[in-house]
Design a protein around this ligand. Sequence first.
Ligand code: GLA
Length: 725
Amino acid sequence: MPPSIQHLSPDVFHLQTRNSSIVVSPGEAGHLELLWFGDRLHLADPNQVAALRPDPATSGATVTYGRTRDSLMSLHQQPLAFATHGKGDFREPALGVVGQRVLDFTFRHHRIVDGVVAADGLPGADAEPESQTLEITLADDVAGLEVVLRWTTFPHSDVFSRRTEIRNTGNGTVTLDRAASLLLDLPDAGFDVITLDGWWANEARPTRTRLGHQRITNASVTGSSSSEHNPGVLLVEHTATETSGRGYGFNLVYSGSHATTFEGGRGNLVRVAGGINPEGFGWELAPGESFITPEAVMTYSSEGIGGISRNFHRFIDDCIVPAHWRRRPRPVVLNNWEGTYFDFDAPTILEIAERAVELGVETFVLDDGWFGARDDDLRGLGDWVVNTTKLEGGLGALIDGVRALGLDFGLWFEPESINPDSELYRAHPEWAIHQPSRTPSEGRHQYLLDLTRSDVRDHLVTTVGGFLDEYPISFVKWDMNRLISDAAPDGFHHRYILGLYDVLGRIFGPRPEVLLENCSSGGNRFDLGVLSFGPQIWTSDCTDPVERLAIQEGISLLYPASTISAHVSASPNHQTGRASSLDYRFAVSAPYVFGVELDPRTMPAAEITALGERITWYKQRRALLQFGEHHRVEKRGDGRIQLTATDGERAVSAYYTTHIRPGSHGPVWQVPGLDGAATARRVFGEGAAEPTALHLPDGVLGQGVAPPTLGEGEAALFDVTRISG
Ligand code: GLA
């Protein structure tokens, strides 16, 4: 492969990955234009770029920039890669400065460097072997500002990233009221916007909206990336399906309030602008200071929605999650939350751990309630002192007992939060986020600690780090159960997230082998920012298998199976009251990071044996399930969901029913991603009694064959193996 960034001619830059290209060029007037983002181009001759250049003609009531290319040019109709207001472009801008209604940035110089350019204090993707970064510097001398756009290639993953740095080169302080990470204008191919929307225990429901001549903004203002609107978004052709059509995926390596706007309309262009939410942003820059935005990541695929997902999956597995955990299978955990809630003591935990060993569990995770006066969610948060009434003998003795059984030990923390009824709050009320003369509002009976304060951050690093140094803890579940309120000063949300990254980096950076599972009331912070510090996320507080099928399928649009923590819980389910079979619950959790979340002491011996057999099966296929190619099957007909994890030679295929209509046998059974003749053997469940494998001729798996006969709430899992030769 040629260098992933080519400087084709003085004013043409070609960025390429295995299957995609971006071409940017300062236009004649110096504004950075996006000439191409799509299929990979083979640009031998810079003159070929002429065909990509937009027609600069203006029409109707437009503002013209000046006479260029023998014609009048309006910025409003140019495909730009950076844009501001004041000179005729009325679309969503990338940058805003308080008090300056006119900004105009033009090209100054460029630099190409190998690898990535990291940003202090912010997480970012790590380079692939052939990654390069193109830095383009633009400036507005009147405003006294410079903008550096950094584009990085991830050739193997088919991903590009972009950050924006804004430098105050003038003499006075300026206040930025918006600073997007990304802005680009794409030719309007007739797009739909797909967002992942939801709320607590009901995360990542895809909403597909047709983009017309309008703005659609996907945003969070809660201080978290949020379960209401995940920062990841897709822009796909109206006709795109799981397997066909062109489209783009966008995401941010960021965990705070965000906004991405899609604007259709003028010039047959669609503008995409995304980054930190401008609401309440207000960031002051003194002379000589810079602001660097979070990294935006983007991918293009001509292989449908599934192609976009798989590009991002590869990228996250290889470049985002911490290096120690890349492609490293995640352990099978048993978490006691739904098994005991706050009601446990040391003997209970040890009995549960003994049963967990029989199941084949590898790590026992002790959830909320082990510290302070924490017998319910009303008090104790902030008091990270072992509750020896519950854990007589202390935490060390409990961990020794668990480890003596052959299990690793994990522990729950919610470091960012504090109950007003806690020793810590009584000692340091000023540490909670608050405004003078106002009583802060509670969420789940708690306040948030002010992570913009260095004394608070130091306290958290020492406290959590102290536990990790004192005890053999191999797993931390890091929870965060409320949204930010009472934070008046501008820029607070972003400073809070910078504080969080500082704390996570200082705790987990020096301890890479500790597995950090992020959680925020389930998926309220399911984002690439926290994934840069810990490789998996507790996806949802809803563990009902029917609901989880939808939530997991939604989140898999943008995040790989290896990040999606999925546990088998008790039946009837605690959130919905729905009863379901063990086989069904297992089949729903198995294609992701599998775990158990119930009290195994309540399970009859036969169920312990059955779940143990299934966990053995899972462990044998764990690398395939967590890191294989993930293919969803387009839904046809109600109530059926299918997916495949494959490495091209082997696959695990899953077919689920959520509800049955009389007389419907369901759509065909398909195993996308595995070509050629294959054998398929159903595992577990009724059909598994059949000892012989199905022999499937070449070609049928992609198109599909008759589905397994399933009743409502049943699932079929298949081991599929390609017949070589
Ligand atoms: C949140 C988490 C749960 C559990 C509880 C404990 O709701 O999402 O998994 O840890 O807190 O209080």
